[in-house]
Design a protein around this ligand. Structure first.
Ligand code: NAP
Ligand code: GLV
Length: 297
């Protein structure tokens, strides 16, 4: 039987090249578990237990993302279906975007752009566009993995003091929240990290603190974040991900101190091509019966 690979619409063509070079037959279309031996899916594809149980010939689900919260990993393991992700190749792009959001929120870049375009700029003034200092301030990184550490590397160029928190060590979360001028989230979305940042955590932050989230939306209680920003409990936020993506919590879009991005952490041409190639390479290995380089379940 020829191995059949079903590829989610939108996956870069680089993946199809890798599959074709390996002699694998692939087609692009809505994910159909019953007919495929392998799936190359996106983080927006929900691969739940029902889907997996209907997949009689499926050997691997290759996610074109490092986060795998869209896939029921326990069900896949129980059914003997491998799951892989695309770590490392997107670390720098995501860390870059994280720093872009941090700087944009601190220095009010979106406000500044609108101000100039709107004709508000009629001459330099000492009190227009005042933002927050970044250089030399304290950055608290929650989740000291690949992306968290890459953000820390960038922070060194800004002579920032960097605090880390993860389960395996570092600064306790509440201490990090209280000491940091900037808090950046880099944990995966799991049952432990869902709403990790809610009203009590926001209340621990400085009034001048900036929260950046390029991890996953549900890690933050978005309604509590809106309330904290409205009340001036924290100063600003930079968000690439949302709790009920693509919907925004009520009131979020009206807050001028929030910089919003449409989940574009890894969105560069080279990075997306590498993610597609890595996902395809995981499929090639699985269907050849070889060790899967980025197996997570
Ligand atoms: P990673 O290398 O696995 O790092 C995750 C870190 O989180 C680890 O240091 C882990 O350390 C820590 N962690 C896990 N559970 C925790 C918990 N309950 N409390 C505190 N720390 C915890 O992952 P990565 O490659 O850096 O990616 C991180 C996440 O970024 C991904 O899962 C994905 O959701 C997100 N992401 C978003 C974009 C985007 O486009 N916005 C792009 C890429 C990735 P311990 O095990 O020691 O706790
Ligand atoms: C993007 O969000 C990823 O997890 O790769």
């Amino acid at each position: 039987m020829i191995a059949r690979v079903r590829v989610s619409p939108g996956v870069p063509i680089a993946a199809l090249r890798v599959l074709a070079e390996a002699g694998l037959e692939s087609d692009v279309g809505p994910l159909d578990a019953a007919a495929a031996n392998a799936l190359l899916c996106l983080l927006t594809d929900r691969i739940d237990v029902r889907f997996l149980e209907s997949a009689r010939h499926l050997r691997i689900v290759a996610n074109m993302a490092v986060g795998t919260d869209n896939i029921d990993l326990a069900a896949a393991a129980r059914l003997g279906i491998a799951v892989s992700n695309t770590p490392d190749v997107l670390t720098d792009a995501t860390a870059d975007l994280t720093f872009a959001l941090l700087l944009a929120a601190a220095r009010r870049l979106v406000w500044a752009d609108r101000y100039v375009r709107g004709g508000g700029f009629v001459g330099w003034s000492p009190d227009v566009g005042i933002g927050l200092d970044v250089t030399g301030r304290t950055l608290g990184i929650v989740g000291s993995g690949r992306i968290g550490r890459a953000v820390a590397e960038r922070a060194r160029g800004f002579r920032m003091e960097v605090l880390f928190h993860s389960r395996s060590g570092g600064t306790p979360l509440f201490e990090l929240l209280a000491r940091s001028d900037f808090i950046s989230l880099h944990v995966p979305l799991t049952s432990e990290t869902r709403q990790l940042i809610g009203a009590p955590e926001l209340a621990r932050m400085k009034k001048t603190a900036v929260l950046v989230n390029t991890a996953r939306g549900p890690i933050v209680d978005e309604a509590a974040l809106v309330a904290a920003l409205r009340a001036g409990q924290i100063a600003a936020a930079g968000l690439d991900v949302f709790e009920h993506e693509p919907a925004l919590a009520a009131g979020l879009r009206d807050l001028p101190q929030v910089v919003l991005a449409p989940h574009v952490g890894s969105a560069t041409i080279a990075t997306r091509d590498r993610m597609a190639e890595v996902a395809a390479a995981n499929i090639v290995a699985a269907l050849r019966g070889q060790p899967i380089p980025n197996r997570v379940a």
